[in-house]
Ligand binder design. Sequence first.
Ligand SMILES: [Zn+2]
Ligand SMILES: [Zn+2]
Length: 454
Amino acid sequence: MEGSAIESVVLEKALNILKRYPVCDHCLGRSFALLGTSTDNHTRGFSIKALLTLEAHRLLEEDDTKGYEILKVLAVNGNFSMARDLLKKKGKDIASEMSWKCYICGGIFQRIDKIIDDIVKEVEKYEFNTFLVGSHVDVSILEREDELRASMGLSYGESIKRELNREVGKKLQERLKKKVDFENPDIVILIRILKDFSHKIDVKVNPIFIYGRYRKLIRGIPQTTWTCKKCGGRGCEECSWTGKRHKESVEELIITPILEITKGEEAVFHGAGREDLDARMLGNGRPFIVEIKAPLKRFISLEDLERHVNNYAKGKIEVGKLRWVKREDVRKLKALSQIAAKVYRVLVETEKPVSEAELKELEQMLTGVTVRQRTPLRVAYRRADKVRIKAIYHVKTKRLDDNHFEMVIKCQGGLYVKELVSGDEGRTVPSVAEILGTQAKCIELDVLDVESPT
Ligand SMILES: [Zn+2]
Ligand SMILES: [Zn+2]
């Protein structure tokens, strides 16, 4: 590089940047981030400025006035104290500029500790183990950096966002004594750098998911909350100003105490299928998952939680087998509920008397068959009309009197049992009514078991 003051491409390019713009150590170093290893951009930038100062000093010793020019660039645009001190020694005092501001980052990297303080303030109230830092930098800042690199022919750079995420992540890890998790962090922290270089902190707290099984001990409680149709949930005379059609639901009985403990913003109840309002849910109970959004507390004991829910819902429902699960388990739960076998106990009333022998025949005719079922009339208003094919695995009956018998039936999930009994005006085939040749209806229904691997 004949004729050039600096015989190094890195130093020459760095000097060219500094001749045009005030640039901090971080941003200068970041322009060469792909060069060198085991260091950070701040050290990289500082080293380049230091080397330039040494080189300028050498030129001065050789009586080359270019040395002064370089030192001035470093002192003014580089805001570099080593260069300033050297000039002072040589009797050329250059006062440090109070309003000095890095052209690229506007001083973000000098403000990292303040940014950390602000983040700590935001996340303090949450319990969490892991976090992830992301950033959104105003496009005008990104463009400025891109333009500078393009005009200087620099191709070794790293983006400002990456450096910011890494620097903040590293320091936060030390400060909070918590770990960065790229896959599944408890908390996501977003640093937003605005056009004027000021920053805002957004915190997104990821939900927690708790699996369990519930037993519904009494009839008359819907699984989920039904909004009052008359007022649409605003509250009216008909719903006693609750906005709901029923006083309580399985969903509410589980969610309310869980929100009390986790102090989440809201909770979503996911059931593995549902039983009718008037059916009990007995046996092992029905699997469910509760998703708790933005919980303040996530270091909770599931035993305590179970006790709290069971106390709250006493005599109505009962939960058990609580454990932690992940978001993808909600989808699995839903998929499973479509196929998992269910065991029902049905109390059937018939119009004509039915004999023991007829019941034996009924058992045989229903065991191992597939049922074709159109969407029942009673739910047709909210479900699409389609035909479902569901398997019955086993049927057992117990005669109570001429017009009543009990039937325990094991079948594929999703079979409408009440319609299996009544035939639903020919929409369900075969049916108990069809086989026995009499009107038949379900008087009582209990779910005895919901099969699931867990
Ligand atoms: Zn900077
Ligand atoms: Zn109402």
